[in-house]
Write a protein that binds this ligand. Structure first.
Ligand code: CDP
Ligand code: CDP
Length: 238
């Protein structure tokens, strides 16, 4: 079967990483989390005290950064880790997951120069096909010709509840309301920014998984992917 490019976009906590990882594992595809790249540059900016309104320095930071996404070891995978992130050779898998880094990432994701650098990296990483990439602009900008595009949605309350539970499991103290506010602010910024805002590509399949589990959502996407693989094999366009 031909190997597809699958783009999964959607707001924070909609289940992109969990679902994309499972879909990739089932199909034997590579899973790539583009958000981890924005988070890695954001972490570097925070650590180097680069002001989040200094667009030129942030673009420079993105340009000089070396970010690698690697699959987890089998033990890490069993513990629920979706991928490993290395920044300039040092592992930052856990450090990039804080609320502070998420907010900083969504701020620097509004800068065209930063996006240009990371989009080029993402296109290189997924160039061979057989890849499930998730983010905000994968179906619209990074891989506009992806054979299968999914726009994953869930209600803001459910998305915030999912994120809050993750924070709780890590022993963090943020309240439900604080997490809901963090998710709300970030969504609004991601949807309203001028460059590559979070929008559903016209040809993306809208999947609302407010009331669906990860497994069920992944199964639906795998079904769609298998159909597209068959269509690609027989030369029909989707
Ligand atoms: O990547 P994204 O921010 O879109 O979401 P995620 O990190 O995959 O999922 C956020 C949390 O919601 C994780 O703890 C998932 O286990 C959980 N989740 C869920 O309970 N049910 C779903 N249908 C999707 C995700
Ligand atoms: O996991 P979650 O959905 O909370 O966020 P993420 O996918 O790790 O992305 C963090 C931030 O990076 C987002 O809020 C976006 O501002 C930005 N991002 C983006 O602009 N474009 C992408 N393709 C991926 C992430």
């Amino acid at each position: 079967m031909p190997k597809l490019t699958i783009a999964i976009d959607g707001p924070a906590g909609s289940g992109k990483s969990s679902v994309a990882r499972r879909v990739a594992a089932t199909l034997g595809y590579l899973y790539l989390d583009s958000g981890a790249m924005y988070r890695a540059v954001a972490l570097k900016a925070l650590r180097n005290a680069v002001p989040l309104d200094d667009d030129a320095r942030l673009e420079g930071l993105a340009r000089e950064s070396h970010i690698e996404l690697k699959p987890p070891t089998s033990e890490q995978e069993a513990a629920g880790l979706k991928n490993r992130v290395f920044l300039d050779g040092a592992e930052m898998t856990y450090e990039i997951r804080s609320g502070e880094v998420a907010q900083a990432a969504s701020r620097l994701a509004t800068i065209a120069g930063v996006r240009e650098v990371l989009v080029a990296e993402q296109q290189r990483a997924g160039a061979g096909g057989g890849v499930v990439m998730e983010g905000r602009d994968i179906g619209t900008v990074v891989f506009p010709r992806a054979e299968l595009k999914i726009f994953l949605e869930a209600s803001p309350e459910v998305r915030a509840e999912r994120r809050w539970k993750e924070h709780q499991e890590k022993g963090e103290t943020a309240t439900r309301d604080e997490v809901l506010e963090e998710v709300r602010v970030r969504d609004q910024r991601d949807r309203e920014r001028k460059v590559s805002p979070l929008v559903r590509a016209q040809d993306a399949v809208l999947v609302d998984n407010t009331a669906m589990g990860i497994e069920e959502t992944a199964r639906l996407i795998v079904m769609l992917a298998r159909e597209r693989e068959k269509e690609a094999a027989s030369g029909k366009s989707a």
